[in-house]
Structures are given as C-alpha cells and as structure tokens.
Write a protein that binds this ligand. Sequence first.
Ligand code: PMP
Length: 387
Amino acid sequence: MVASEIRALFAVASRPEVVSLAGGMPYVTALPLDVVGELVSDLVARRGPVALQYGSAQGDPHLREQICEVMRLEGIEASPDDVVATVGSQQALDLITRIFIDPGDVVLAEGPSYVGALGTFAAYQAKVVHIAMDDQGLIPESLAQTIYALRAAGSRIKFLYTIPTFHNPGGVTLNAARRQQVLDICQRAGILIVEDNPYGLLGFDGEPMRTLRADNSDGVVYLGSFSKTLAPGFRVGWALAPHAIRDKLVLAMESAVLSHSAFTQLAVGQYLATQPWREQIKSFRELYRERRDAMLTSLESLMPPGVTWTRPGGGFFVWATLPDGLDSKAILPRAVAERVAFVPGTGFFSDGSGARHMRLSFCYPKPNRIREGVRRLAGVIEQEIQL
Ligand code: PMP
C-alpha cells in the first residue's frame, strides 16, 4: 500500500489562496443542512434504540428497498434481497476485491481509472491491466484483444472494473452501442463486470443512461453510492450482486465491520422518505452543470494551443492532455506556487503512464474561482511550453 497522489496533495490544495481543481469533493454546502440536522435529531429521538444498535450485515431492509427505487431511475429492476449496503461504494470495491482476488490475478480497468479502486486492487496484489479509452469510453476492440492476449499468456482474469458513466477521471461516457458490445464480450469470455456508477444521476443533459446492470443481472456486480447525490459523510453506498456473490459479500462485510452504521443508514433512509430527493439531485445537476460550463469555456478561451481535454456530460471531472514532452507531475509544484492545484495523470494508471495528463475537477470551487484557477494553470502551461 502506498499513499495516493491525491492524499499528499490535499494539505497544499486546501490552503485558501489555492484554487483546488484537485479533489473531487461534492458541494455538500448546497444541501439544506438545517433540514438534515432536524432529521438526524428526530431520528435519535424517535428511533434511537434501533439507530444506535448493531444492525444486520446486509444492511437496513427498508433502506435496501429505497436503494432499489433509486436504481430504477437508471433502468435497474432489482430485489432488496440482492443489495448489500456498504460503507460508501469504496467498501463495496474492497469487499469485491477481497472475495475475488488472489495475488497475481488480473483486474481489467479503463486507463485511466479511479485512483481509489487502483489502491484497493494493489492492496490485494491484483495485477491491473488497462484497457484503452477514447471520448466514447472504453474501446471494445481493445477489451477483446486484451482478454485474448492475457488468456493466451495464461493469466487469470477475475473481473472488468468499469465506470461507464461520467468517468472518474476520464470525464467520458460509454456510448449505448459500446455498452452492448462490452456486455457481449465479457459474457462470451465468462468475465464478471464490476460496474461502478456513483455519478450516473448527475448528468447535465437528458435522461440518465441505462446501466450495464440493467441489461445483464447475472454477469454484473453494480456499485452505487449516496456520496454524490446526497453526502459522502454518511458513508452509505451499496453493491447489487447475483446471489452467490451477494452471500460472500455479506460474509465479508461481517468480518470487516460486523455491520454498517445503523445510524447513518437510517438517516439516509429518513432523508429519502421525507425529503424531495429527486429535486435535490436536480439542483445538484444544475449547480455542477454551471461549474462544468465555467471550466470548459475558460479552458477554451485560455489554454495554449496543443492542450486538449474531454467534455463531460455529467459528473465532476475533465481530463486534460498536455502537448508532447510536458509532464504534469513536474508542473505541479510550479502550479501550486501560482496558487492552483490539479491531480497529475500518473496516479490514475497502475503502470506509471499518464504523465501528459491531468485531472481537473469542477465540483467544488464556484464558477469564478474555476475561471481564475484555469487562468493560473493556463499561464503555467504556457510558460512550460516556452521553456
Ligand atoms: N468510485 C468512484 C468512481 C469514485 O469517484 C468514488 C469517490 N470518489 C468512489 C467510488 C467511492 O465513493 P464512496 O465510497 O464515497 O461511495
């Protein structure tokens, strides 16, 4: 286990004079905090003996019903019995990896991929093999070729880990045709898909995308989270899995933490039962859309030629690519000296590649700060190009 690149950055990036385009913190300030406060205190007053007690390892049954209602928004029909409530989707990732991985087993993942997942895979000594992406997401031909080559070399592939919608850090979404191809390829090869979807409901245009899990209930383990649609502080996420895997998840959950916090599960359940949560998600979408627009228009007007970036239709992140020869990690200290922070691309690959890339998040700073951050960053990159 090694410290993530992002963690080391947080201390610097949280200084008030620095515009942080680094962390992916949801803008929880936009929540009706007084309402959440009342709800929590009411929960303790009315249901304290349950909320403060141990709970079931699978998670609160009523919350699991509500989770099924949330998943229906993205085409998933599921039974609460197949859901395991976890400590954020991060714990679901940990448990899935714990169940499936023996040291040396292969996990396929997009390149780049979510840094927290890569850390978990590394902790269990999985070998991550990256699959190429473009602006339409993971490239199916690359997936098929990689599976073929790995199998020919005798590798044991345990699962494909993918973030099809509003990718972290890629900022791209797997298109509908490719979704079917990815499902077909994995089904033919007998490879499980772990679909990580914390941003799916935070799309800026149109209806939510249909999830992979909506079209295959046997071959997909789906991970969801309330971290971005409500608040990460509750640490409530979930896994939806076929029965045999669900059973192992419950056992792994027991051995990890006995049971999830009944208190935060019931608080989330109470929020969903009593508050207009769909409207809250809509207002988050509008807030993040405005920030995405601020980032894209300022990148467009300020970045020197040769820098390119993705145009996310939702989520929190833009993935930028520097001209050949530039190294984002080398640039970071100079950027911080100019009071702007980002995450260098190398943290999102398990093989040390990604030096020309950087992740820019637009979720937390307000639009005028985003514009100022991009202005500072563009100035630093301009200087680097001239060196
Ligand atoms: N998956 C992805 C792709 C993420 O971006 C995150 C949070 N940054 C997580 C999982 C974990 O989220 P949580 O544990 O808060 O649900």
